[in-house]
Design a protein around this ligand. Structure first.
Ligand code: CP
Ligand code: NVA
Length: 306
């Protein structure tokens, strides 16, 4: 199949990623000026959600409508996917009717299997391994607030999870240093660490990771699908809360990001999202703009209004 997919940040070149993010900023400006731009007229995005979502569903659905197209929400509960039809067969059928498919799933292999059988672009809306769309929004947010992230230092605090893996890929693609602070046993997968030994380091002490960093980012301690581990995780991750005291160790112009949803009192203190260094609401909004740029790139590259 010849379609271009976005399952990981590594599916694009660094130049393509930068141009998608810059385009996201342009599309944001068009929307703020109420300029109609509909390159995806009559195009349809299918969205398969095996896990819950607020931001991802809304940003893709609103984004498609704003670009002149439509989005269809599909849950395994009410499709044959939940009754044993194979992923490959679903991909063949769905991709004959749709112009792109977004999937939020557990096993990353679901995405690769679907993509291998799809005629149209497949987008990773989060898997147990990666969350590349969130990184587009995060990188757009950093660019808007502080300029290029190249050569900067980023601290990832907490779980070595799907978001952390995408930060590792971002360190490679956007050329920054990443310091990860996590409890023993919760390191990122060695497959991802092995991709960037020169750009990524893992430490135990969150203060060591944050000291002098230009961006500090964290995420929930219990990801979707890990709910039965919650009690154990709450105990082990306690020293990894991002609060003002920890953030004060970062660079003077540091930003704080959280992909949301946040659990105040757990991975962040109650006050940190109100701190002037926090840009989580901009990050959330930028999901819309960055993904519109991604959809345009994948579905209607080179579109010029008449
Ligand atoms: N950050 C993010 O992906 O949020 P949702 O789970 O609400 O989609
Ligand atoms: N790591 C979190 C991210 C949610 C957007 C999860 O997978 O649940």
């Amino acid at each position: 199949m010849s379609a271009r997919h976005f399952l990981s940040l590594m599916d694009c070149t660094p130049e393509e990623l930068i141009s998608i993010i810059r385009r996201g900023i342009e599309l944001k400006d068009l929307r703020q000026r109420s300029v109609l731009f509909e390159p995806l007229k009559n195009r349809v995005l299918g969205m398969i959600f095996e896990k819950s979502s607020t931001r991802t569903r809304l940003s893709f659905e609103a984004g498609m409508i704003q670009l002149g197209g439509q989005a269809i929400f599909l849950s395994p509960r009410d499709t044959q996917l939940g009754r044993g039809e194979s992923i490959g067969d679903c991909a063949i059928v769905m991709s004959r009717m749709l112009d792109a498919v977004m999937i939020r799933t557990y096993a990353h292999q679901t995405l690769t299997e679907f993509a291998a059988n799809s005629r149209v672009p497949v987008i990773n809306g989060l898997s147990d391994d990666l969350h590349p769309c969130q990184l587009l929004a995060d990188m757009q947010t950093f660019l808007e607030h502080r300029g290029a992230i190249q050569g900067k230092t980023v601290a990832w605090i907490g779980d070595g999870n799907n978001m952390c893996h995408s930060y590792i890929e971002a360190a490679i693609q956007f050329d920054f240093q990443l310091r990860i602070a996590c409890p023993e046993g919760f390191e990122p997968d060695s497959r991802f660490l092995a991709m960037a030994p020169d750009r990524v380091s893992v430490v135990r002490d969150p203060r060591e990771a944050v000291r002098g960093a230009h961006l500090v980012s964290t995420d929930v301690w219990t990801s979707m699908g890990q709910e039965e581990e919650t009690a154990r995780r709450l105990k082990l991750f306690k020293p990894y809360q991002v609060n003002r005291e920890l953030l004060d160790l970062a660079a003077d112009d540091a930003l704080f990001m959280h992909c949301l949803p946040a659990h105040r009192g757990e991975e962040i203190s109650h006050d940190i999202l109100d701190d002037p260094r926090a840009v989580a609401w901009d990050q959330a909004e930028n999901r819309l703009h960055a993904q519109k740029a991604l959809l345009e790139f994948l579905v209607a590259p080179g579109y010029r209004p008449e």
